[in-house]
Ligand binder design. Structure first.
Ligand code: NAP
Length: 352
């Protein structure tokens, strides 16, 4: 496979799976060796069965692959997970048992004590948790991406938590329809409308943010001790989750303090060197009407989050707005970045 590392994609026909196919098509280190989905798609040519929604043609070589069943064996040391969460749990475990590293976007294993829930720029040290999965008798491991809104929220807030210590967090989201997969929300429910409910999303933000920003110790991750109140809304944008946030800190923090911390967010060289890592990971906007999904979503090739409107809050300390790409930073792009980390850290061999 031309000196690149073979990888497989589970759920390759879905919204996130297609993003994997697009991002991996010309990746410098990885090459898609297999695409897998449900039994209804298995055995068919990928290009014939996928409802391709990316605004570029399907990569020709991958279009010609035959879709596989989502079960071992599939080729390569790394398997990317983008399966429907209703079926993903035992399938991902089977690949870890078979000795592969599963980098997954599904919710199933995120909160398990031995599964790292990663945003590489925010909690690189949590990667070591994966070694505890040896106790399950697995030669492989499961590594989890956070929920798509949590990924953007926590990357944007990590510099502020590191500098000042978050005590209270209130977030209201405006989440794009691609976050619901395909076909997702019916057009009659979302065109010209806003739906103030996304099943289990608020609970995911509240749990996952505290695990990611928690402290790794001998007993595992102790969740960060801040209170989170999340309000989630589905809005008629296609891609990109916009959020408005109020945040309280353990000490007084001015907007200038926060802007300085966001701009100085240190890029750990072990992460900054990865092909998918954006520089900087957190972009600061000072124009008062930004960030906006249409104008700011592609920053850092969809891997950067944009923070703007940093200003005082009369209830907590500060208010701000932030934007992240839900299928890139919130799903496939960050999963590819985690896989790059496995290679860079020597956990996956590069071809000779
Ligand atoms: P989707 O568009 O609905 O795609 C689901 C995928 O799962 C398809 O490839 C489908 O294959 C496959 N699948 C369904 N039932 C299956 C079965 N019984 N056995 C094997 N494969 C099966 O969903 P998505 O939005 O891409 O999301 C995929 C996962 O990522 C979900 O767990 C979701 O919660 C999570 N996630 C999504 C986003 C986002 O922004 N969309 C962000 C973060 C995380 P067929 O085509 O053959 O049915």
């Amino acid at each position: 496979m031309s000196g690149r590392i073979p990888v497989s994609v589970l759920g390759a026909t879905g919204t996130v799976g297609q993003k994997f196919v697009r991002l991996l098509a010309d990746h410098p280190w990885f090459e898609v060796a297999a695409v897998a989905a449900s039994s209804a798609s298995a055995g068919k040519r990928y290009g014939d069965v996928v409802r391709w929604r990316e605004p570029v043609p399907i990569p020709e070589r991958i279009a010609g692959l035959t879709v596989q069943e989502s079960a071992p064996p599939l080729p390569g040391p790394i398997v990317f997970g983008a399966l429907d969460a209703e079926v993903a749990g035992p399938i991902e475990q089977a690949f870890a048992r078979a000795g592969q590293y599963v980098v997954t976007n599904t919710r199933n294993h995120r909160m398990e004590a031995d599964v790292p829930l990663l945003i590489p720029e925010a909690n690189l040290d949590h990667l070591a948790l994966m070694d505890r999965q040896r106790d399950r008798g697995w030669p492989g491991a499961i590594l989890a991406n956070p929920n798509c809104s949590t990924a953007a929220l926590v990357l944007a807030l990590a510099p502020l938590h590191q500098a000042f210590g978050i005590e209270k967090l209130f977030v209201s989201t405006m989440q794009a329809v691609s976050g619901a997969g395909y076909p997702g929300v019916a057009s009659l429910d979302i065109v010209g409308n806003v739906v103030p409910y996304i099943g289990n999303e608020e609970e995911k933000i509240e749990r996952e943010s505290r695990k990611i920003l928690g402290t790794l110790g001998p007993a595992g991750v102790t969740p960060a001790e801040f209170a989170v109140s999340a309000h989630t809304n589905r809005v008629p944008t296609i891609d990109g989750h916009l959020m408005t946030v109020s945040v309280g800190f353990r000490r007084r923090v001015t907007p200038d303090d926060a802007l300085a911390a966001l701009r100085a967010f240190p890029a750990n060289p072990r992460v900054a060197c990865l092909p998918s890592s954006p520089t900087p990971p957190v972009e600061v906007e000072t124009r008062m009407d930004r960030p906006q999904p249409r104008l700011d979503l592609e920053r850092g090739r969809g891997m950067a989050v944009t923070v703007g409107r940093v200003r005082p809050c009369p209830i907590l300390d500060l208010r701000l707005a932030l934007l992240g790409h839900n299928t890139i930073r919130g799903a496939a792009g960050q999963a590819v970045q985690i896989a790059e980390l496995l290679v860079a850290e020597g956990r996956v061999d590069r071809p000779a």
